[in-house]
Write a protein that binds this ligand. Structure first.
Ligand SMILES: [Zn+2]
Length: 92
């Protein structure tokens, strides 16, 4: 018996019209994360703390809800507390 259940909580909503940039599929975010780690190393962009594969997150420098993009130039590596603290706010 084959279990084909795929857990994908970030699956984009099909059929909805978005005027802003959508979140990328998880596999594309993983690829960007790999490129960011090669560029910046395991270091939080905001607080410079050391990150691990378990604590690393991708932060949008300009949030998607504020017109930011999913391009590498708008992505930064951040620890979870920094990412959550920023939320949807613009960089200051
Ligand atoms: Zn941080």
């Amino acid at each position: 018996m084959i279990n084909q259940t795929i857990a994908n909580p970030e699956a984009p909503c099909i059929g909805q019209t978005f005027t802003r940039t959508k979140r990328l599929p998880p596999q594309q975010m993983r690829y960007r994360k790999k490129l960011l780690i090669e560029r910046y190393g395991y270091c939080c962009f905001w607080c410079s703390c050391d990150l691990t594969p378990l604590t690393i997150t991708i932060d949008h420098y300009i949030p998607l809800s504020k017109g930011g993009s999913n391009e590498l130039k708008n992505l930064r590596l951040a620890c979870l507390p920094c990412n959550q603290r920023r939320g949807d706010s613009l960089p200051t």
